[in-house]
Design a protein around this ligand. Structure first.
Ligand code: NIG
Ligand code: FE
Length: 410
């Protein structure tokens, strides 16, 4: 099936020679074609060109007059399978309590786990799917989903089964991550070592045996898991063929980035606290630094120094961290705007951060993340003119008019 999209005002993010990712100065490069057509064939991008050239033959044609086209957005870090929002805790935070204080008192992740454990699997699936559909409506066509609100073998498996099921239901690409080491559950209170052993000896092998996860994550931070515990979990995961993506340096300079790099993690996410040493180790690695501006916005904590990372010649990706406690944000468009206003990324750098570099954080850059021949025909159309600049500028609304996945309208 050949589908022709024609009269497109501008295609943003085209790549004639696809790159694996962009770092440093390259991050401000976004190639575009004006007055263009794009041909999708059997769900993949076959070709594009200027309207002045001969149009290719197609089975179906769509007139895109008045629209600009952007690559499908890639959300490399979400916790979209969850049971309930944490509005009561939000009030406590608004009155002055910190995220860490609430967590230490048994709230936060443990609050989410208590609610998720008792929620029926079908209902949890239905509500999570609804959120994923909302993400897609905002232009997201590839996403990662973490477990981590189960914190028992049974409930972590329930979360991962749901994430996999969502992946089989929606046409978006869905990758899953086992985050058993997100917090120490009540059953292991005061016995973190016992829980780390349980994660390594029982949970990881079971998750791997059922092929429920594509990666493994650990919340490596103050009050959660140490770099040493993180390394042990990631080494066990590596033996099972599971690559690492970790939560690092959200709450302090805790050695999480170093642990991620040592473990050869595909990405190190959060990094609100990043110093020169972290920059140095990242520069000697293939680990993608990922900023989560929705979390900084919602928790009132520092923003990841994205500007500094890019100026140091590093690549940088942005994700929503969509979750019920620290970042109830489904829209990468909004994350893009926050990356510009709060981290001082240029709109072009922000676009690369939520497309190509985010795809790289999932090692999916060969199939998505830009408009390139042979990649998936995942993209969105907007009526917003000069979209690359205007989408992050006019924040707080959904600019996506139509979202296509594998060339099909969603
Ligand atoms: O990325 N930092 C750890 N975990 C998640 C969500 C935690 C939560 O539910 O509060 C995050 O912010
Ligand atoms: Fe997270």
């Amino acid at each position: 099936m050949r589908k022709l999209f024609y009269n497109i005002g501008r295609i943003w993010g085209v790549e004639s020679v696809p790159l694996a990712y962009k770092s440093g100065n390259e991050m401000s490069v976004v190639d575009a074609v004006d007055n263009a057509w794009l041909l999708a064939e059997d769900g993949l991008i076959a070709d594009w060109g200027a309207m002045a050239s001969d149009l290719p033959a197609a089975d179906q044609s769509l007139d895109c007059t008045g629209m600009e086209l952007l690559p499908g957005l890639v959300d490399s870090h979400t916790h979209v399978v969850f049971a309930a929002t944490r509005t009561t805790e939000w009030e406590l935070r608004l009155k002055g309590a910190s995220y860490e204080e609430i967590a230490a008192a048994g709230g936060g992740i443990l609050n989410s786990a208590a609610k998720l454990r008792v929620m029926d699997e079908q209902r949890l699936y239905d509500e999570s799917l609804e959120r994923v559909l909302r993400m897609i409506a905002h232009g997201t066509t590839t996403l990662e989903i973490k477990s981590g609100y189960g914190l028992s073998l049974e409930s972590e498996m329930k979360m991962l089964r749901i994430a996999r099921r969502i992946g089989h239901t929606v046409p978006a690409t869905v990758k899953t991550t086992f985050l058993g080491a997100h917090a120490v559950p009540p059953e292991f209170k005061g016995n973190r070592e016992g829980y780390v052993e349980h994660v390594i000896d029982t949970m990881l092998p079971a998750v791997a045996a059922e092929n429920l996860a594509d990666h493994v994550d650990v919340f490596c931070d103050r009050g959660f898991f140490t770099p040493d515990e993180t390394m042990r979990i990631l080494a066990a995961a590596d033996k099972l063929g599971l690559p690492a993506k970790i939560h690092a340096n959200e709450l302090g300079l805790t050695g999480g980035v170093q642990a991620a790099v040592k473990a050869g993690a595909w990405s190190a996410d959060h990094l609100e606290h990043t110093g020169e040493e972290e920059v140095l180790v990242l520069r000697q690695s293939q680990t993608m630094p990922v900023g989560l501006p929705g979390t900084s916005y919602f928790l009132g904590i520092p923003y990841t120094p994205g500007r500094m990372l890019i100026d140091a010649g590093l690549p940088f990706a942005i994700a929503t961290d969509f979750n019920p406690g620290s970042s109830p944000l489904c829209s990468l468009q909004m994350a893009w705007s926050l990356a510009c206003t709060q981290m001082r990324l240029l709109p072009s750098e922000g676009l690369n951060a939520i497309t190509l570099n985010a795809a790289r954080a999932l090692r999916l850059e060969q199939i998505c993340g830009s408009v390139a021949r042979g990649k998936r025909a995942d993209f969105w159309l907007t009526r917003t003119r000069d979209a690359m600049n205007s989408v992050p500028y006019y924040f707080g609304v959904n600019h996506a008019s139509q979202v296509f996945i594998l060339g099909n309208l969603q």
